[in-house]
Write a protein that binds this ligand. Sequence first.
Ligand code: ADP
Length: 240
Amino acid sequence: MITLQGAAKRFANGVQALEDLSFTVKRGEFVSLLGPSGCGKSTALRLVAGLLAPDAGAVRYMGGKPEIGFVFQDHTLMPWADALTNARLPLDLKKLPRREGDRRAAAALARVGLAGFERAFPRELSGGMKMRVSIARALAAQPQLLLLDEPFAALDEITRNALGDDLLKLWREDGLTVLFVTHSVSESSYLAGRVLVMTPRPGRIAADIALPATRDSRLAPATIEAQRLISGALHTAIAT
Ligand code: ADP
């Protein structure tokens, strides 16, 4: 679905965030982009989304640019708007008729377990629920590609695990393609089908690890084995 080929990005302040970054994400995959803080993961995600252009190299979409949903670490909800209005934002931007927008936004909220909370304001919702609204907003426009930038980093472990399980369910049910940025080995070992390990800045891919589909819980032997593999690759990436 997406190919980054030799992508480089240097910011105006002289920081070389990415250098020769190449990877492919196939339709229907759940891929995790993992690396130390500051290695350029967010920058890579913004290249994929077309929010930033690479200085060198290319970003290619097979079969045309897909509809993209983007979830940020901060929920980025409008505090003055209720959950339905927040979730409807991408549809409003597409100038969908209000009634159709409301219908789709309500359906997206129901998909993330927030039926009945349409009229709740962000201040009335817990951190996990705000993140759910943020995911509903990304889903409202029925994306083919979901990009998530450390979406659960600010949440407690119980909430983080519940949201991770729900994300897996959405991915399976909707046939989504997911690119999930994280610095957590345990998170990527359970959620992803494939983990791309990045080097410290300037970020490149140090390892591309396909994980077995048998990780049916966070403590399954296959998940623990995946953690060992990812951890080893990360260690090597940082040391070299
Ligand atoms: P990560 O997501 O892996 O933590 P980022 O992609 O956010 O890393 O950042 C990579 C590097 O680029 C960091 O050193 C960061 O400070 C720098 N950077 C990110 N965005 C900008 C920007 N708009 N201007 C200047 N430097 C930036």
